[in-house]
Design a protein around this ligand. Structure first.
Ligand SMILES: [Zn+2]
Ligand SMILES: [Zn+2]
Length: 450
């Protein structure tokens, strides 16, 4: 190890600072160096690039523009020996895991079992590119409560509820006390008890520092997944034509909600081939509840394409045997029997679909920014207007709301709180007021000694 040996514990934030996502947190304890998350910075990337027309050519471009931080001894394009002992990944969203693509393959990566499945399927279903290529990473998987020792420190992952299955927070036992990292979490999903358990254990560990997400400082709402389901139920009970539903590809809780609503109203939920591929892979995870592809309430929608990738072709062939796929013309003939999962990028299909009068479009994802998609609103509205489709926005965030977050942090009573994954750290600090903890306004790349 060539890094400077100190007797103290330090945190350095290389991403997630003044931005939602892109978390890259280095924890050093004596000579142990461990990263928590290594995500893609969507906002930094968006300032310079607009794929597919303007994409980064190589890592040099990303480093030049400050999108990929300069850190010695962690990247696969850097010939020097490794200077990190491990990477821990909180969950499978790309703003937390995407830039694992660049790391040296000999440094161990730890993640939840579900996260491995999600990242593997993502890797199978999109063409490997510079910024997402994890196919040759060997993941070391954990489940909640596993204690993992990495030299000086012990890491305990604990499940939390978030808008993707298999999300974790971490308790990190260092030589200067326990550090809590929340990852992305919420207490208004379908499994609030997971988050409660995490908070309780974090509280019991009497942490010296908490690194917390503080995403929802300006867009807070009072709602939960149960309410989302009730609203979707109401829409489904009245809609005459097709119900188009846009939701996050890996938001399995929301997919399950749409599935239940479809069943209740004698419709089927038609998912994309890519979603079907993920569902099929997640079936191997016994801790998750996902509908099977041969379920009567599930159909798979084949987009009109000239050429299918190998994985698509194989899955479609398998599903065709059971009559489980349909194309836009099949859907068009039975609009009142279908909830069709769509993405804005599928809207070209509407031309052959010809939505019947009384159809509607339900946006069940955040706006205008989501960890997985950026929607071009003006164009979206033009398409909806052209086909007479009213837009309903039925959604609840994957992130903790301000008052709940404050209550959680007051319980934990850490000496220091580091808000990240937010554009509103100052607002958060003022909002927290004079609690027992000191709220640090994090600067990118600065080392914080504990
Ligand atoms: Zn995130
Ligand atoms: Zn997330």
């Amino acid at each position: 190890m060539t890094s400077v040996v100190t007797n103290r514990t330090a945190l350095t934030f290389y991403g997630g600072v003044n931005e939602i996502g892109g978390n890259k947190i280095l924890l050093q304890d004596h000579d142990t160096r461990v990263f928590f998350d290594f995500g893609m910075s969507f906002s930094a990337r968006k300032q310079f690039y607009s794929p597919p027309f303007l994409s980064p050519k190589n890592e040099k471009s990303l480093q030049e523009l400050g999108i990929l931080p300069i850190i010695n001894g962690v990247y696969n394009f850097d010939p020097t020996p490794p200077e990190a002992d491990a990477f821990f990944v909180s969950h499978g969203h790309l703003d937390h895991a995407g830039y694992l693509s660049f790391i040296k393959r000999e440094i161990p990566v730890f993640c939840g079992e579900t996260t491995e499945i999600i990242l593997r399927t993502l890797s199978d279903t999109r063409r490997a590119d510079l910024e997402f290529n994890v196919a040759d990473i060997k993941f070391n998987v954990f489940r909640t409560g596993t204690k993992i020792q990495v030299d000086n420190i012990v890491v305990e992952p604990l499940h939390v509820d978030h808008s993707i299955p298999g999300a974790y927070g971490f308790l990190i036992y260092t030589s200067n006390g326990t550090i809590v990292y929340t990852g992305d979490f919420r207490d208004h999903g379908h499994k609030p008890e997971m988050t409660d358990e995490f908070v309780e254990k974090a509280q019991d560990s009497e942490p010296v520092a908490v690194v917390t997400e503080a995403t929802n400082m300006t867009g807070a709402t009072v709602s939960n997944e149960v309410e989302v389901e009730a609203k979707l139920d109401k829409i489904a009970s009245q809609v005459d034509g097709i119900m188009l539903a846009e939701f996050g590809y890996s938001d399995i809780d929301r997919l399950n909600t749409f599935y239940r609503i479809a069943r209740k109203h004698q419709r089927c939920l038609a998912v994309s081939v890519r979603q079907a591929y993920l569902l099929d892979a997640l079936r191997s995870d016994v801790h998750l509840q996902v509908p099977a592809l041969d379920d009567d309430g599930i159909m798979v929608f084949r987009k009109s394409k000239k050429r299918y990738d190998k994985w698509e072709k194989q899955l479609i062939e398998r599903l065709n045997v059971e009559n489980k796929t349909f194309d836009v013309f099949d859907v068009s003939k039975q609009q009142c029997r279908v909830i069709l999962a769509v993405s804005f990028y599928d809207f070209e299909e509407l031309i052959n679909l010809q939505p019947a009068a009384g159809s509607c479009y339900v946006l069940s994802a955040s706006e205008p920014f989501n960890e997985e998609m950026e929607i071009d609103y003006e164009r979206l509205i033009n398409w909806l207007s052209h086909y007479g489709l009213p837009q309903y926005h039925v959604h609840v965030s994957g992130h903790m709301m301000p008052l709940q977050l404050k209550a959680v942090l007051e319980k934990m009573r850490a000496e220091e709180v580091f808000p990240i994954h937010t554009e509103n750290a100052q607002l958060f600090k003022k909002f927290m007021g004079k609690v027992d903890s000191q709220v640090q306004i994090v600067e990118k790349g600065r080392e914080y000694l504990l």
